[in-house]
Design a protein around this ligand. Structure first.
Ligand code: 5GP
Ligand code: ZN
Length: 139
């Protein structure tokens, strides 16, 4: 098995595990953006958020909710950025869904995730209505 996060879940690769549940695991990122940067993964291998079965999706976010305040307290953070690089085009490098919990500090200057995008498109009401309708029609 080549997936590094599956190997961590199976105990074949070492990790600094900080939280475990039946369906999810949290461990420190090996190359942290700030001290305390934590990753939450489902124990089973699913590549993207949309691949997660409902129960697993719930278990992952339950773990995120449980771990986030503990991370903040442990490193005395003022806040956290909780985010997923969902798919290769979005910067996902490890193809096993993982939620980043990154401690944030007043004045750290890193900004909100909106800063990933240089500008916002000017979309008309009609275009927004069409996008909403397209999303609703997908199931
Ligand atoms: P992605 O770009 O896929 O959203 O993020 C992958 C994250 O996994 C990166 O932040 C990277 O530092 C982390 N990472 C990569 N390999 C390992 C590893 O073997 N162990 C741990 N703990 N983290 C890793
Ligand atoms: Zn995996």
């Amino acid at each position: 098995m080549s997936c590094i996060f599956c190997r961590i879940v199976d105990g074949d690769l070492p990790s600094r595990t900080v939280y475990e549940s039946d369906e999810a695991l949290a461990f420190l990122d090996a190359n942290p953006l700030t001290a305390g940067h934590t990753l939450v993964v489902p124990r089973d291998h699913y590549e993207t958020v949309g691949d997660l079965p409902p129960g697993t999706a719930g278990a992952v976010f339950e773990a995120v909710s449980a771990v986030t305040p503990r991370v903040e307290a442990a490193v005395d953070a003022d806040a956290t950025t909780v985010a997923v690089n969902n798919g290769e085009a979005a910067g996902q490098e490890v193809p096993h869904t993982h939620v980043h919990i990154v401690p944030r500090f007043e004045g750290d200057g890193n900004g909100p995730i909106h800063r990933l995008f240089g500008s916002r498109p000017a979309l008309s009401d009609e275009e927004l209505d069409a996008v909403a309708a397209a999303i609703r029609s997908e199931h």
